[in-house]
Design a protein around this ligand. Structure first.
Ligand code: NAD
Length: 333
């Protein structure tokens, strides 16, 4: 049995968490969940959006599955997702976007993996407001160390998974120091992997290329802000935010989560698509070496997608979170 921290999160979080735990139980996945809280629900119930017990549990068990956490807009607490990434130095955010069977999307055979630097760039939270002349400032930080970690992670993944090409995305023409350093690191590390094709693209061009010729791309590596935006774009290419999982990997901990947020517009309505969170939980199973049970659950999910009467409305279904979960469980049984 593996002890894994489970944070159901906010909005649709508890509904998609229930889907994962129910399916894992049916598949006899050898997981012992250690349930903890974080986010807006923890803020409201416990007065702290990131309770000490949750931090201690992640420190102790090192691997967590985390539902989406709401970040209130404006002057409330800052993003707990960003805080967790910083606290546990989760330098690599990995988001695969792969065409799923029976899901209609604009393109076929998409199989991209996005590596997003997760701890710095414009997301370090160094912002200030200067009242006198009413202006705001935000600082971006890029270090050689973090750039090397994410670029190396992308090349290692490419090497170990038979991938052919790594594309580094930047804006070094304008952001000469921050993106310039990221690009320099990319070129240095690429030279160590001569068997893997390497290219770099400016982010605005990449956004256009991805919507016109997504099949040209394989592994993509980029800075925090660009990765945030382009990975949602990549989700859109394969059918939407409800269909892509993500891993946040660091040296001492790993936190798996869906790409999407807490979807307050549909929370509590049994409409949330659990597939993204399920795919994240399969990435977790693979990470801890439970490949066989991950493959079994993935197969059951793929087969279930053929029956639109049990799928959620966001993918053209007439079912719900629970009908999809039950149908996957029936296949597993
Ligand atoms: P969102 O991803 O929550 O929702 C965007 C749209 O996609 C909504 O229309 C929503 O209904 C739909 N959607 C998202 N997930 C879905 C699913 N599983 N099934 C069906 N439809 C789904 O983005 P948002 O509305 O910009 O953000 C809401 C909150 O989530 C904010 O507080 C934001 O900060 C937070 N957020 C958290 C994370 C995270 O925890 N990793 C990521 C993104 C946003």
């Amino acid at each position: 049995m593996h002890d894994i921290v489970l944070i159901p999160g906010d909005g649709i979080g508890p509904e998609i968490t229930k889907a994962v735990t129910t399916i894992f139980q049916e598949a006899k996945a050898p997981i012992n969940w250690i349930e903890c809280s974080a986010g807006l629900s923890a803020h409201e119930e416990l007065g702290n959006p990131l309770p000490e017990e949750t931090l201690e549990a992640i420190k102790k068990y090192r691997i967590a599955l985390k539902g989406p956490l709401t970040t209130p807009v404006g002057a409330s607490f800052r993003s707990i997702n960003v805080a967790l990434r910083k606290k546990f130095k989760l330098h690599s955010n990995i988001r695969p976007a792969k065409t799923l069977p029976h899901i209609e999307s604009r393109f076929d055979n998409i199989d991209l993996v996005m590596f997003r630097e997760n701890t710095e760039g414009l997301y370090i939270g160094k912002e200030k407001w200067i009242q006198e002349d009413e202006h705001a400032e935000s600082i971006a930080v890029v270090t050689r160390e973090a750039s090397e970690k994410i670029v190396r992670a992308a090349f290692e993944y490419a090497k170990n998974n038979g991938r052919k090409k790594v594309t580094l995305v930047h804006k070094a023409n304008i952001l000469k120091y921050t993106c310039g350093l990221f690009m320099e690191v990319g070129e240095q590390i690429a030279a160590e992997y001569p068997e893997i094709e390497y290219e770099d693209l400016i982010v605005d061009n990449m956004a256009m290329q991805m919507v016109m010729y997504p099949n040209k791309y394989d592994v993509i590596v980029t800075t925090n802000l660009f990765g945030d935006i382009l990975s949602d774009l990549a989700s859109g290419l394969v059918g939407g935010l409800g269909l892509t999982g993500a891993a946040n990997i660091g040296d001492d901990a790993a936190i798996f989560e869906a790409v999407h947020g807490s979807a307050p517009d549909i929370a509590g309505q049994n409409k949330a698509n659990p597939i993204a969170f399920l795919l994240s939980s399969l990435m977790l199973l693979e990470y801890i070496g439970e490949q066989e049970v991950a493959d079994t659950i993935r197969q059951a999910i793929y087969e279930t997608l053929a029956d639109k009467s049990v799928c959620t409305p966001d993918i053209g279904g007439s079912g719900s979170t629970t009908t999809f979960t039950e149908a996957v469980c029936e296949r597993l049984a």
